[in-house]
Design a protein around this ligand. Structure first.
Ligand SMILES: Nc1ncnc2c1ncn2[C@@H]1O[C@H](COP(=O)(O)OP(=O)(O)OP(=O)(O)O)[C@@H](O)[C@H]1O
Length: 227
């Protein structure tokens, strides 16, 4: 097992945003976390990657917690970058932190069509380019577990298609992926497990096929009609 999440609770002021969330992630899973705006998805993934601390509950990782930043790659929704940095500065910083070869970073820059903008300040990139930089950085340490929060949201149709292919490939090579997504076609295409969140609890953990069942023609229809 890669992760075991047990009874996670989190409140912001009076609002209990996570009210006892539990599920497991197996090695090799491509798991989607879905749910309406405000259901608690981002709060949960931020807790999983320790950007945020839960009030109670536990998360057990398959590796020692001291190795967290070597084993996990994180692309978060905020993706705040220092405005004074250029793309290449950021890559260099990350490369040094994780002690990887320059060639590896150059390959990733090529892969994500960012080679041509590497001398630009990050603040001058488009939203989609920033997203690509985000995932590039999350992959630099070749993590076992990749956590993606609405990765494809700002991407154009071609980039989104490419990104899906790429994520599929990463998963087929053995990476475990947890992805928050609002694109149900993407979830249906990529994921073997879906955690459906509603008002801070896990309503169900199942496969996309199980959710669609006999009553709906696809996951999008299921989501619109029953979530
Ligand atoms: N730092 C914070 N302080 C106060 N409230 C917060 C904070 N972060 C999140 N919340 C609240 O917690 C709830 C859940 O937010 P969260 O971002 O986890 O939802 P989400 O499911 O990821 O939503 P979306 O699909 O819109 O990204 C929301 O009501 C939000 O306003």
């Amino acid at each position: 097992m890669m992760l075991e999440i047990q009874d996670i609770k989190k409140r912001f002021g009076k609002k209990e945003v996570l009210r006892g969330v539990s599920f497991q992630v197996e090695k090799g899973d491509f798991l989607a976390i879905i749910g309406k705006n405000g259901a608690g998805k981002t709060t949960l993934v931020n807790i999983i990657c320790k950007l945020l601390k839960q009030d109670s509950g536990t998360i057990s990782y398959s590796f020692h917690e001291g190795q967290l930043y070597n084993k996990i790659g994180v692309q978060t929704q905020s993706g705040d970058f220092d405005d004074r940095l250029k793309v290449q500065d950021m890559c260099e910083l990350w490369r040094k932190i994780h002690k990887v070869e320059k060639e590896q970073v150059d390959q990733l820059l090529e892969k994500f069509d960012l080679s041509e903008v590497k001398k630009q300040y990050i603040k001058t990139l488009s939203g989609g380019q920033k997203q690509k930089l985000n995932i590039l950085l999350s992959l630099i340490n070749d993590p076992e577990l990749l956590i993606l929060d609405e990765l494809t949201t700002s991407l154009d149709a071609i980039s989104r298609h490419e990104m899906r292919k790429y994520l599929k490939m990463l998963n087929s090579q053995g990476k475990t992926i947890i992805m928050v997504s609002h694109y149900m076609d993407e979830v249906e295409e990529l994921c073997n497990k879906v955690v459906l969140m509603r008002d801070g609890i896990v309503e169900s953990t199942s496969t996309p096929n199980e959710l669609v069942g006999n009553s709906y023609s696809n996951l999008q229809e299921y989501f619109v009609k029953s979530v």
